[in-house]
Design a protein around this ligand. Structure first.
Ligand SMILES: [Zn+2]
Length: 526
């Protein structure tokens, strides 16, 4: 992310910059009484959450810092998932599964107290990104493992905040003798073929009362954010090679098939909804002009505001792919390899999250503000520093970005928010995100987010009316639609799982023993 959401939303980024600048000059004041009225009186649970997070502070920071020190790409998160599992076991959580839903680095952990209480879930992520390794310094410099991989989306903090919130909530429930179950879903590969989609297909979120998550961002905000529904297709053409100068009539160019498909997509554009996005790249187009290419491939992403529209356009795209093959006398293979649901916001949860956010002890030191401004100078951005306030609840906004949290949000009421862990105006997937995530700014993001989620989690555990209101908003927005996985039935697992993590018994599922063996032998990660 959210593959692209919170930051690739230009409108929000621009607004953030503006509001941040206003806030810096102390002209923006939140009306706290209004927030409290909408989100409920949370003074007691907010204070208890702060104390509980203080008690588990070291575990939260261990996760955030160790995952930052060991950045791993999507589906390769062996060390990172093990760091979360180690801390969860230490805190007394039961490890329900590893290798969950066919994904070696995904897991589910659980802690229960008493009988028949509510069930609340958290969604830690921990994958990093290519080419975003950076030191915890306000300039581009190699990080602990170089520059090849780094936490440029801040998932070290995201994961630490979510798992840390589970620890703090556990403590609050023990202290208050509150019955209930806390679920922690190890959400591997958010940046590519998100594990949440596979988990959702397996029904893992169906019995939750609610699910909570956050994302690092340039702002402290929550709101009725909607993201796009997505399908991803790999279209491969196969032709017949020949010498392009001597006897081209013997050949059939796979590249021509791919190009004809591209032309078909351009001709569709006039007749699709303005909300539809079709974007593609050629991932294979031959290697020499004097050789008729026997193979070519296009990767296309189809987006719209909801699944039904995406599905309709996807069928047309497939027709265009087949038509291009017919007209070029090539063969086409269409691999619908991934998809996402749009994100259903939840007003009840957003208001409650906001009420807790307004109680945060949000504070940046002069050194942290200077660090942020130095990053902004390097990025040639206005030196507005870090956002010092909580923004008002954002009204409903739809972005073209997508997230695998969408598939969770179609199965249980889901609450999301952002905490500032990067300077105002800086986008996700950039080096300052990695830099800030490895020092005290990132530590604060992990801690603040854990406080908010522990507080909201405790309210949900103890307040049946709040749970019912969240459920009612979920039902209203879902409007009777049945959840249908965006994954095609024949797809067992993501494509990108490294070979050494697949078992050799044919099932290609990962066993618990195998995880430990892999970690113990310090399997090198790319
Ligand atoms: Zn992200």
């Amino acid at each position: 992310m959210w593959n692209e959401s919170f930051t690739k939303i230009d409108e929000i980024s621009r607004r953030t910059l503006l509001i941040g600048a206003l806030a810096s000059s102390a002209t923006l004041m939140l009306p706290p009484s209004l927030a409290a009225a909408e989100g409920g009186d949370v003074a007691a649970s907010a204070k208890a959450a702060r104390d509980a997070v203080e008690a588990v502070r070291e575990a939260i920071l261990r996760i955030s810092r160790e995952v930052w020190q060991n950045p791993e790409l999507s589906l390769h998160e062996e060390k990172s998932s093990e760091i979360h599992l180690r801390e969860l076991k230490e805190a007394g959580f039961k490890i329900v599964s590893t290798g969950t839903s066919g994904i070696p680095t995904a897991f589910v952990a659980e802690w229960t107290q008493g009988e028949g209480g509510p069930k609340i879930g958290f969604l830690p992520e921990y994958d990093a990104l290519p080419n975003l390794g950076n030191a915890a310094e306000p300039r581009q410099a190699p990080g602990p493992t170089g520059i090849e991989v780094g936490h440029g989306c801040g998932h070290n903090m995201l994961g630490a905040g979510c798992t840390g919130a589970a620890f703090a909530l556990q403590k609050m429930m023990i202290d208050g003798k509150v019955p209930g179950t806390i679920m922690v879903y190890g959400c591997a590969a958010e940046e590519t073929e998100g594990a949440k989609v596979y988990m959702a297909r397996d029904g893992l979120f169906n019995d939750l009362d609610a699910c909570l998550a956050w994302h690092p961002g340039p702002m402290n905000a929550t709101g009725l954010l909607r993201t796009a529904a997505v399908n991803m297709l790999r279209i491969r053409y196969t032709g017949r090679t020949a010498h392009a100068g001597v006897d081209p009539w013997e050949g059939r160019s796979a590249l021509k098939g791919a190009e004809m498909f591209g032309i078909g997509i351009q001709f569709m554009r006039e007749h699709i909804k303005p909300t539809t996005r079709l974007h593609y790249v050629y991932t294979d187009g031959g290697s020499a002009p004097n050789v008729v290419p026997a193979s070519a491939e296009i990767l296309i992403v189809i987006r719209d505001q909801d699944r039904d529209d995406v599905n309709t356009v996807t069928e047309w795209v497939k027709d265009a792919a087949r038509g291009a093959a017919t007209s070029t006398q090539t063969e086409v293979d269409i691999d619908h390899f991934f998809g996402l649901h749009d994100l259903l916001p939840n007003e009840t949860l957003v208001n409650r999250i906001h009420a807790h956010m307004t109680k945060l002890p949000l504070e940046w030191t002069a050194q942290e503000q200077e660090f942020a401004k130095a990053c902004q100078r390097e990025m040639q951005l206005p030196e507005a520093g870090l956002m010092p306030v909580i923004m008002p609840v954002l009204p409903e906004i739809t972005t073209g970005g997508g997230t695998d949290v969408g598939d969770v949000s179609f199965n249980t009421p889901t609450g999301l928010f952002a905490i500032a862990t990067m300077p105002i105006g800086v986008g996700l997937h950039t080096w300052p995100v990695t830099a800030c995530g490895g020092m005290s700014i990132g530590d604060k993001g992990s801690i603040y987010s854990a406080i908010v989620m522990a507080g909201v989690g405790y309210d949900l555990m103890t307040d049946a009316k709040l749970r019912a209101a969240a459920r009612a908003d979920f039902d209203r927005r879902k409007a009777g639609r049945k959840y249908v996985s965006p994954l095609v039935e024949t797809r067992l697992r993501p494509d990108g799982i490294p070979q050494h993590l697949l078992l050799r018994d044919g099932s290609q599922e990962l066993g618990v023993e195998f995880v430990e063996e892999a970690i113990d032998s310090k399997t090198p990660t790319p």
